[in-house]
Design a binder for this molecule. Sequence first.
Ligand code: GL2
Length: 753
Amino acid sequence: MKIDLEARSQEKFGRPLAELDDTTICTMLEDIVREHAATMPLNEGKRRLYYLSAEFLIGRLLTNNLIELGVYDDVKAQLAAAGHDLGAVEEREVEPSLGNGGLGRLAACFLDSIATLGLPGDGVGLNYHYGLFHQRFVDLQQAAEPDGWLDRQDWLVKDEKAYTVEFGGFTVKSRLYDIDVLGYGRTTKNRLRLFDLESVDDSLVPVNSIDFDKGELAKNLTLFLYPDDSDDAGRLLRVYQEYFMVSNAAQLILDEAVERGSNLHDLPDYAVVQINDTHPSMVIPELVRLLVDVHGFEFDEAVSVVRRMVAYTNHTILAEALEKWPLESLKTVAPRIAEIVVKLDELERAENGSNDAVAIVRDGVVHMAHMAIHYGFSINGVAALHTKILEDTELHPFYELYPEKFSNKTNGITFRRWIMDANPALSGVLDDVLGTDWRTSCDLSGLLAFKDDDAVLARLDDAKSEAKAGMREFLWETQGVRIPEDAIIDVQVKRIHEYKRQQMLALYIIWKYLDIKNGNIPARPLTIIFGGKAAPAYTIAQDIIHLILLLSRWIAADPVVSPHLQVVMIENYNVSAAERVIPAADISEQISLASKEASGTSNMKFMLNGAVTLCTLDGANVEIADLVGDENIYTFGTSSKEVERLYAEHAYDAHAHYLRPGVKLLVDFIANPAFLALGNAERLHRLHDDMAWKDWFMALLDIEEYIQKKEQVLADYENRDAWRKKSLVNIAKAGAFSSDRTIRQYNEDIWHL
Ligand code: GL2
């Protein structure tokens, strides 16, 4: 592809490139890329993958697409020659708001890898007009506002395909929008296909608040993405959204298979469906419905076809995230689907001897995961430990029934975005040291040979400094905070949830604050950075945000402590913020209660960017620890086995842990009189009491060991040579977490494209 920006500027605007502003240039570049992508053919193959997901957290696309097309450096140079900075232009792009967190971002990384490997596979989801809420901090608390990203984006292209979806009592028409998904160095593409309502009404959304259930369903279905980690019970709108998504997806799948020559009896030769968590699992009864009601199949044959084409990924063991819908809700939303689900339940009971533990419908409740396991041909977890927990405990009865269906697919991240795009300085060093092959192979192991090479270690260090400078600028411009140049950067960015234990890091901050007050002055400043949104309905998570914001303000105002300790909470943390912060981190905080974080993916991004991990042995941390070895990671905390035992035997006594003197001091600090006066007393009391009496995710169990480990990390950081080696080893071993590897495994074991 050749781009001539000067010519384009003259042709479009009758003005030289030098005179255009950043926003105009941004749109012009998006247009150029979009128009070029429109001419690219799709990846072909008899069998096509449909990756169904309620979320695709794709992030900004301009830089990524310029990299994929191999024109990034050229565009940058042309802009520079005209006095423009591509970095500033990139900032004009609005980030799409189509995901909550890890699960949605994983789907985006997967699309990138599927396209890069040249496999025929599209993402299918919903075009939420306001997506996930925009987070603001007001009075040291989170406020949630609509995120009107759609008004200002330039990538969606209307597709001519449109379907009818029948709900109980009314029918809607859909509209399909596509975003082209380019692969690195490829001349072919895939698509992200986002369904929307034809009759959607944006004017239903108030300017400053979010209200999911306003107005008629035919007008509001695609307005918002539900925040996860909150209780789905009774959320009828979510069921409507899910059925709208899968009905469109199923119709699209059949349509395209027929276009490619299928007679539908051979559908599994033409299509494979990956169900990303349970949200799209109603695609199973919907495919059956279409085959029976529209295409005249016998029920049994329809089921046998669907069974050979649907695979399911489980992303969590948290009970509240495993969807269960009342059968009555299903009857209201889609009566025919409820009927088919009941038949699928009866068939399963007939086949497996009516075991309630694995039933699809039990006591009037539909267990979506159970349906996906019985009628899918594959089920996978997302990290080795997670899959083991599914097999041995959480889904054990299913594992006994179908051991051959279970497999592990450890998550991965795309190197295009998480190093080439996010960390050009480090990418440049790797090019110089390793040659550019790593950009396609994602193999960085050659770096290990330079573990004792001072020049290489120094260059890696320079790259870290450059990333830190970029982050400092970003935080100054977007958050108005200044970070000391020599500070250790310690980061925990992810959704706010008790199991991820941001509250435990907050307790460390209290400990450190008191320690500095006691005269123990650290060798250099420590900046602790948080980022993440809390579901508006998740009260304790909101309380944790409040505590962090309060600590941040309190410490900043303390002349003794503030030169040594700083707490930053990034407002509206999103993919763009992640791209600035992760490359700059020294310490990666992955401190979930063991057994609770299915995989984690930020842990992989930090490692790739040379941060050293401080972690519990949870999710993919276990695999990171195995790869880098003891000297290059810091692990602590109660094991996942022991945690499971404590839960099973109700043996964790939070209050006993609270009463230990060192611990009580820290927890009580949350509700100290000065905090109560400065902050929201109700929130602080609630959080204090929750930790002192319940502490459901056992922060108090691990806090002392955590403090000790963290102090060791900070001390070790001062041995600069040893630390640089740790950082190098982490980068060198990160190739194992390329999503290209993950996608190859999905394809070899499950999709067979
Ligand atoms: C999650 C898990 O919590 C997280 O550990 C995992 O890395 C991702 C991707 O597999 O999936 N499950 C989930 O519901 N969300 C996640 O981030 N939101």
